[in-house]
Design a protein around this ligand. Structure first.
Ligand SMILES: Cc1cc2nc3c(=O)[nH]c(=O)nc-3n(C[C@H](O)[C@H](O)[C@H](O)COP(=O)(O)O)c2cc1C
Length: 322
C-alpha cells in the first residue's frame, strides 16, 4: 500500500498515480485482471488495445521478435472493431482503475466515427488517438507526420467526443515534433502522449538467403533502446509549450523499466507515463515503480502537492533543439 499521495490530474482526469499501462501490452485488460495480486491502487489507469471501426486481421506471423535492446512487433493493429469490443469485451473490462480507449482509422472520417461510438460509453474515461498509422487517402503517409492532417484528425475526434480528455499520441519519426504537438493542440487535444514505437527490422542469417524475421518485414521497436528518444521528444515538446504558454500535460512513453526511468521522464516534463514492454516481463512493474517514486519523493522532500514542481525541473537550456 502506498503511503504517499501520488494522485495526478490530466486535464480533469484524476489518476491515482501517474502510471498508466500503454496501449497494446495488456490487450483489453480482461486476462490481466485475473493474474493474482495485481495491485490496482498503484496504477493510474489502463490504455486499451487500439480499435478502429470494423476491426483488423493484423499482420502475418511472426509478429514479435526479441532484439538485444528491446522488442520489435508488427501486430498490425489487430482488433475486433469498436462494435464487437463494446458488445463482447467491454462488460469484462475491469472497473478498478481509469480506462482509456485507444483509437485509429484509415481515414479522418473513420477516426470521427470511432470517437462518436466511444463517446457513448460512460465507462471510458478518456480517449487516446493513435496517429502513427497510414492514411489510405494520402498514399499511406502517416497521419501524424503532417501537421495539417494531425490538426484535422484531432479536430474531428474533438467534435465527436465530449466532456472527457482527448489525448493525441505522437510518433517519434517526424522532423519537428513540436510542430505536430502544436497542431494536435490546435485541433483540440487536451493531453499529448509520446512516443509510439520506432520503425525497425530484424534479419536472420539462419536461412539461405538471409530473411527478415517478421512476417511484415518491418515492425516497431519498443523497450530500453527508445528511452533516450522518448526523453528528448518529451523535453522538446515541454520546452516548446512552456515558451508558447500552452498548458497541456504530457504523458511520457518509451523504454520505461523502473522508477528511475519514470522520474527522468517527469524531470524533462512528463506529468504521467505509460509502461509498455516492461509489462511483458513483469506484471507487477507498476507496483514496484510506484514504491520507487514514493521513496525518491520522500528522500528529496517532494509531496504530491509539489509533484508539479518536479515535472520539468531538469536544468533548462535556451537551446533545446540538438
Ligand atoms: C505488442 C505491442 C502492441 C502495441 N499496440 C499498440 C496499439 O494498439 N496502439 C498504440 O497506440 N500503441 C501500441 N503499442 C505501442 C505502445 O503503446 C508504446 O507506445 C510503445 O511500446 C513504447 O513504449 P515501451 O518502450 O515502454 O514499450 C504497442 C506496443 C507493443 C509492444
Amino acid at each position: 500500500m502506498l503511503k504517499t499521495d501520488l494522485v495526478t490530474n490530466l486535464a480533469g482526469l484524476k489518476l491515482r498515480t501517474p502510471l498508466l499501462l500503454a496501449s497494446g501490452v495488456v490487450g483489453y485488460a480482461v486476462e490481466y485482471e485475473k493474474i493474482d495480486e495485481i495491485d490496482f491502487n498503484s496504477l493510474g489507469g489502463i490504455v486499451l488495445k487500439g480499435v478502429n471501426l470494423h476491426g483488423k486481421k493484423g499482420n502475418p506471423q511472426p509478429r514479435i521478435v526479441d532484439s538485444t535492446v528491446g522488442i520489435i512487433n508488427s501486430i498490425g493493429l489487430e482488433n475486433p472493431g469498436i462494435y464487437k469490443m463494446i458488445d463482447e469485451i467491454l462488460p469484462k473490462i475491469p472497473r478498478k482503475t481509469s480506462i482509456i480507449a485507444n483509437i485509429f482509422g484509415d481515414t479522418v472520417q473513420e477516426y470521427g466515427e470511432v470517437a462518436e461510438v466511444v463517446n457513448s460509453i460512460s465507462e471510458i474515461h478518456a480517449i487516446e488517438v493513435n496517429i502513427s498509422c497510414p492514411n489510405v487517402k494520402r498514399g499511406g503517409r502517416l497521419f501524424g507526420s503532417d501537421p495539417s492532417i494531425t490538426r484535422e484528425v484531432l479536430h474531428t475526434v474533438r467534435q465527436a467526443y465530449h466532456n472527457r480528455p482527448v489525448i493525441a499520441k505522437l510518433s517519434p519519426g517526424v522532423t519537428d515534433i513540436t510542430e505536430i504537438a502544436k497542431a494536435a493542440v490546435d485541433g483540440g487535444a487536451d493531453v499529448i502522449s509520446l512516443i509510439n514505437t520506432m520503425p525497425a527490422l530484424a534479419v536472420t542469417l539462419h536461412t539461405k538467403p538471409p530473411k527478415p524475421v517478421l512476417g511484415n518485414i518491418v515492425g516497431g521497436l519498443s523497450g530500453p533502446a527508445i528511452k533516450p528518444i522518448g526523453l528528448a521528444k518529451v523535453y522538446q515538446v515541454h520546452q516548446f509549450f512552456k515558451h508558447a504558454g500552452i498548458a497541456v500535460p504530457i504523458i511520457g512513453i518509451g523504454g520505461i523499466m523502473d522508477a528511475t526511468d519514470v522520474l527522468e521522464y517527469m524531470a524533462v516534463g512528463a506529468r504521467a507515463v505509460q509502461l509498455g514492454t516492461v509489462m511483458f516481463t513483469n506484471y507487477h512493474a507498476h507496483t514496484q515503480i510506484a514504491r520507487g517514486i514514493e521513496e525518491y519523493f520522500k528522500k528529496h522532500g517532494f509531496s504530491s502537492k509539489k509533484t508539479d514542481k518536479f515535472v520539468g525541473s531538469v536544468l533548462r537550456s535556451d537551446h533545446p533543439t540538438p
